[in-house]
Design a protein around this ligand. Structure first.
Ligand code: PD2
Ligand code: ZN
Length: 288
């Protein structure tokens, strides 16, 4: 129960504030990375009104967290090339990691029971998928996407809340900066044509979309079922196809809303069986 408020911690908080993070965002990041809430709050209270001098040199792990936050991109800590990462309540396997673009394939992120629970709570709410209409900021039917889908709100069910906390810790990104999960269901023949997940700054609807938490910075597609053939997630610019294996996931990030990120990706047509995925998008700021 004893987590001391060290100078390094206070220094890290000062750096987050200097980088433009809100007090709530810093609190959420601390809790997501394992600080007890009362300790995190006390550290914030004392530091926010009485910042420490910048001369204190933070310890290595603290520096790493600060640097990651300053880059403002969700990411896993793969600096030691771990086979597995501790996501708090589960050890997650690292299967493949690419640095440019950042793409990481993860194994065992979700249990079979969690996959089943997400499918069963999503099923009654499925509707033909809509995408954000970039002209207006509203939603519209998209012929490039022949799946059906629904959105959970954050924390909507106990499984959703547990998995969200796991993802926040795994990706070192505040839970509140995440959109609610989107669940998609593809039958044979259904696909999601290649697209980018960020919002195109040149589209007139984008400023209104960005009011809810800024740009999308990263995507985590979690596979809830395993079609026998087809249904991989493809990255045409880098010639990669990730197989949909139940409980596995693919993570990728984009540091600017531009095709130069080479994060064009799509859901290949399902040939046999059914494909279910849950997608988590990570935003720059709190998603409200
Ligand atoms: O279901 C997929 O594989 C897939 C592919 C591309 C999902 C998304 N994009 C998405 O949800 O954005
Ligand atoms: Zn996508």
């Amino acid at each position: 129960m004893n987590q001391p408020i060290t100078p390094e911690l206070r220094q890290w908080i000062v750096e987050q504030a200097a980088a433009g993070f809100s007090r709530d965002a810093v609190l959420a990041a601390m809790v997501a990375s394992g600080w007890q809430q009362p300790v995190a709050l006390a550290a914030l209270n004392v530091t926010w009104k009485d910042p420490v001098p910048v001369a204190v040199q933070p310890a290595a792990p603290v520096r790493r967290e600060a640097a990651a936050a300053l880059r403002r991109l969700p990411d896993l800590d793969l600096s030691q090339s771990p086979r597995q990462i501790d996501a708090g309540d589960r050890m997650v396997d690292v299967i493949v990691a690419l640095s440019q673009p950042r793409v990481v394939v993860l194994g065992n992120l979700l249990s079979a029971e969690e996959c089943e629970a997400l499918i069963e709570s999503a099923r009654p709410q499925l509707a033909r998928s809509l995408t954000v209409a970039i002209k207006t900021g509203g939603e519209e039917l998209n012929p490039d996407r022949t799946s059906s889908g629904m959105f959970f709100t954050r924390g909507q069910t106990p499984e959703v809340a547990r998995i969200e906390a796991r993802i926040a810790r795994l990706l070192n990104w505040p839970l509140v900066n995440g959109e609610g999960f989107q669940v998609l269901h593809y039958r044979p023949g259904a696909e999601y044509k290649p697209h980018y997940d960020y919002f195109d700054p040149d589209e007139p609807g984008t400023p209104s979309i960005l009011k809810r938490g800024g740009q999308r910075l990263a995507t985590l597609v979690m596979y809830l079922s395993e079609p026998a053939r087809g249904g991989g997630t493809t990255f045409p610019d880098i010639g990669l196809e990730v197989a949909p294996v139940r409980g596995n996931a693919v993570f990728f990030s984009y540091d600017r809303p531009h095709p130069s990120t080479r994060t064009l990706h799509g859901g290949a047509p399902v040939i046999e069986g059914e494909k279910w995925v849950a997608t988590k998008w990570l935003r720059e700021r709190e998603f409200v």
